[in-house]
Design a protein around this ligand. Structure first.
Ligand code: CA
Ligand code: CA
Length: 489
């Protein structure tokens, strides 16, 4: 699509457009593709902060030495995308005039020529994305990736030629890169939301990775494929498969050729001994690297795929054949299930009717039984909140209710705590109405003069300069902030 071989940088409100000629419906069609930009149709949409800024959202580099000696990709090197400040991976829509091409009914492939690093900020996949063999996607230590749609990580891919075209083989990828699988490394936070789908292996390069898997996420291969007769008429059964988001289709069916594979591709992590299926809960990573042999998954292949028990394609009905495949691969990172037993009984934001802000809470069970809470405010559109928030975290133990202390943005809850409540408010919003306004200075002045009582959360919001004391200096800070002369905290 593009062959830009120099370093490329884009600021937040810049756009990167590709001009393509697509052959479809017997004609060549010229079409512009919004690759990156704050536009409705861009594939990669940076978070719109609403204010002008010069943040570099993309730094793209090219390594021409990493080429694959395969017919269809000869001479194409590796492009590395470093993304900053968060973005949404949107659906690609191409209006060809005579037809519209959309990727929301298929998994948009991040192929072996592209590596992505999400450096920091909040990222989202509401649509469908597939990390192809040979591609690396890394969620950086200060980045969060949320999946409400679908993310698939392919271990490897065997594909027959189709009109002489095919994806590079595992062996060709190993020769070029030293590895042949698709890799998803989580060094920050990966959240799979209810209804979201994750397939494939999750790895980590660090001790900072967190996985938060919601109840109702699609993760496992516990569905019907294993128990049904392994021979199907694909045309009759296709709709049946499509009901199961965890089943992965690779390849295509055509009128004269056919190389479709249906796979059970469960979401898995390495637990220190073997690859195991992920379940709803919270996991944290530790750094390690292991070479696993005989990694296997069950595949269902239609005719035309090179497997020992497949038969030649004869046209008409496509027959599905069950076959297992095993291979050796490297897995980085060991994951431990640290799902917290502490119940969060309430999580409220003062004045949220006006701000629309909610606060995400990630709970991680520590080795000593304590629980670490990480609180992240987010706007209604999931973009990053730029103003500061304060949080009043209380937990219930046998002797009563205690307030949790903050250390570097996290709150530690003791092992014997039964439940936790979280109240959040904007720093400076002393009267908790959702806006920082002169009325907040008035209330603060009255409190300092002992003319008004502040609740515990109000006491936190009143500490505008963040020195843990409520004093006239906070009034001064707030006044300067309202005059655009200073920031809070
Ligand atoms: Ca206020
Ligand atoms: Ca203060």
């Amino acid at each position: 699509m593009q062959n830009i071989q120099c370093k490329l940088q884009l600021e937040r409100y810049g756009t990167l457009t590709g001009m393509a000629t697509l052959y479809a419906m017997a004609t060549f069609n010229e079409v512009d593709i919004d690759i990156l930009g704050v536009t409705a149709n861009s594939i990669f949409k940076p978070n719109d902060t609403g204010t002008a800024d010069n943040t570099i959202v993309l730094t793209r580099t090219y390594d021409g030495s990493k080429t694959i000696n395969a017919k269809t990709t000869a001479g194409v090197g590796k492009t590395t995308w470093n993304l900053n400040g968060g973005l949404t991976f949107q659906t690609l829509t191409l209006d060809l005039g005579i037809a519209t091409v959309r990727t929301d009914m298929a998994d948009f492939p991040i192929n072996c020529h592209m590596d992505f690093t999400l450096e920091n900020g909040h990222y989202e996949i509401p649509g469908r994305l597939k990390i192809m063999p040979g591609s690396n996607v890394t969620v950086g230590s200060t980045a969060t990736l949320k999946i409400s749609g679908r993310l698939i990580v392919l271990d490897r891919l065997k594909q027959e030629d189709m009109s002489g075209q095919r994806y590079p083989t595992y062996e060709e990828l190993v020769a070029a890169y030293g590895y042949g699988s698709g890799n998803l490394y989580v060094d920050g936070t990966l959240q799979i939301l209810e209804g979201g789908t994750l397939g494939g292996v999750v790895q980590s390069n660090s001790n900072t990775g967190i996985l938060v898997i919601a109840e109702g996420a699609y993760l496992t291969n516990s569905g019907d494929l294993d128990v049904l007769d392994p021979v199907y008429d694909l045309n009759a059964q296709g709709d049946h498969y499509k009901e199961h988001d965890w089943v992965q289709q690779v390849g295509a069916t055509g009128t004269y050729d056919d190389n479709t594979v249906w796979m059970n591709l469960p979401a898995r992590i390495y637990d220190g001994e073997k690859l195991v299926a992920l379940e709803p809960g919270t996991y944290s990573s530790s750094q390690s690297s292991v070479e696993l042999t005989d990694v296997s998954y069950e595949r269902y292949c239609s005719n035309g795929v090179t497997v020992s028990d497949a038969v030649a394609y004869t046209g008409g009905t496509r027959v599905m054949i069950a076959c297992s495949d095993s291979f050796t691969r490297t897995v980085k990172g060991t994951w431990v299930n640290k799902t917290s037993a502490v119940e969060i009984t309430s999580n409220t934001v003062a004045g949220s009717d006006t701000t629309g802000v909610t606060v995400d809470c990630i709970t991680v069970r520590n080795e000593d039984g304590t629980t670490t809470l990480t609180l992240t405010p987010k706007n209604a559109d999931n973009s990053e909140v730029t103003v500061k928030y304060v949080h009043l975290v209380k937990y219930v133990v046998a002797t009563g209710t205690e307030t949790a202390q903050e250390t570097d943005g996290v709150y530690i809850i003791p092992a014997d705590a039964q439940s936790v409540s979280i109240e959040s408010a904007m720093l400076g919003d002393t009267d908790l109405d959702g806006i920082v306004a002169p009325a907040d200075i008035t209330l603060l002045a009255r409190a300092l003069a002992n003319l008004a009582d502040l609740a515990e959360l109000q006491g936190l919001t009143a500490d505008s300069n963040g020195d843990f004391i409520m004093s006239p200096a906070d009034s001064t800070k707030l006044a300067r902030f309202l005059a655009d002369l200073d920031s809070l905290g």
